[in-house]
Design a protein around this ligand. Structure first.
Ligand SMILES: NC(=O)c1ccc[n+]([C@@H]2O[C@H](COP(=O)([O-])OP(=O)(O)OC[C@H]3O[C@@H](n4cnc5c(N)ncnc54)[C@H](OP(=O)(O)O)[C@@H]3O)[C@@H](O)[C@H]2O)c1
Length: 266
């Protein structure tokens, strides 16, 4: 049986490795003996993680401080990883915005589309060809359970995540004949900085938020086996209910839910 390292090494890129799910993905990938390129804006965090991983797993790391919302981000990452054999690309970096669509700043929503949609598209376009040529590799796109219905109260965010799921599903079929595995990892509520920054009060979330380590592990376990991974029993159940119930009804209920988990004004 081919090991994870043989299939997806020798180098992996993990975007958004400075916290949350990305940090956990990087730790688990490094534990398999794969060298990692750590990408995000907060260099100090990436450097701390890099030295931890090098000591613990005797692997190499490369830290790339990058704003994935910028126009030249993909070209900069290609340049920063020149000469490295990339076998795994993890498009994890992303952020959400909570609020009524018309109240949210349109420039910030455009930036969200750049980070959540344009970056995974451009990075996959840049790094998958070397995997295709070698006839092995993997691409993980960290989408969300928010992708499966319209979400009033965070409408544009859920739409970016729907893009990611459909993009991953489509290219999975295109790349499969070339030995390249693609996965859309679709977490439900997960206990990271992300939801807090967006204005979610964890105490008001009606389900237990998952640990980002469990989400990361579920994604790595599913890579190569499935098109979509939805970690957690309750999240899987919600996914099946969403598919069975009328869309307009689901959207209304989901909107009520998302609006109810906001922090109360101080
Ligand atoms: N937590 C949840 O409930 C949940 C649920 C479903 C899906 N997700 C998805 O999971 C992914 C990871 O989120 P998380 O929950 O782990 O949140 P997080 O802890 O806030 O992590 C987000 C990561 O993305 C990076 N990032 C954000 N904007 C960036 C930019 N412009 N350029 C480069 N890097 C950027 C951040 O790094 P810097 O700030 O250092 O740049 C950070 O490392 C996201 O795609 C999110 O949509 C999360």
């Amino acid at each position: 049986m081919t090991s994870f390292r043989d299939r997806y090494g020798p180098w992996a890129i993990v975007t958004g490795a400075s916290s949350g799910i990305g940090d956990e993905l990087a730790k688990r990938i490094a534990a398999c003996g794969i060298h990692v390129v750590l990408v995000a804006r907060r260099r100090d965090r990436l450097e701390a993680l890099a030295s931890e991983l090098e000591k613990k797993h005797a692997i190499e790391t490369r830290v790339v401080e990058l704003d994935l919302g910028s126009e030249q981000a993909c070209a900069d990452l290609v340049e920063a990883t020149k000469g490295l054999e990339i076998g795994l690309l993890v498009n994890n970096a992303g952020f959400g915005m909570k609020g009524e669509f018309l109240d949210l700043d349109v420039a910030e929503q455009r930036r969200m589309i750049a980070v959540n949609c344009r970056a995974p598209l451009e990075l996959t376009h840049a790094f998958a060809p070397q995997m295709v040529a070698r006839k092995r590799g993997g691409v993980i796109v960290v989408a969300s359970a928010a992708a499966f219905q319209g979400l009033p109260g965070t409408a544009a965010y859920s739409a970016t995540k729907a893009f990611e799921v459909l993009f991953a599903e489509g290219i999975r079929e295109e790349l499969r004949p070339f030995g390249v595995d693609v996965l859309a990892l679709c977490p439900g509520p997960t206990d990271t900085e992300g939801p807090r920054r967006t204005g979610v009060d964890p105490d008001k979330v009606p389900v237990k938020m998952m640990h980002p380590g469990d989400v990361a592990q579920a994604g790595l376990d599913a890579l190569g086996a499935r098109a979509i991974s939805i970690p957690g029993f309750v999240n899987k159940l919600a996914y099946f209910l969403v598919r069975l119930l009328p869309r307009a009804f689901v959207t209304r209920i989901a909107g009520k839910l998302i609006r109810s988990v906001g922090k109360s004004p101080a």
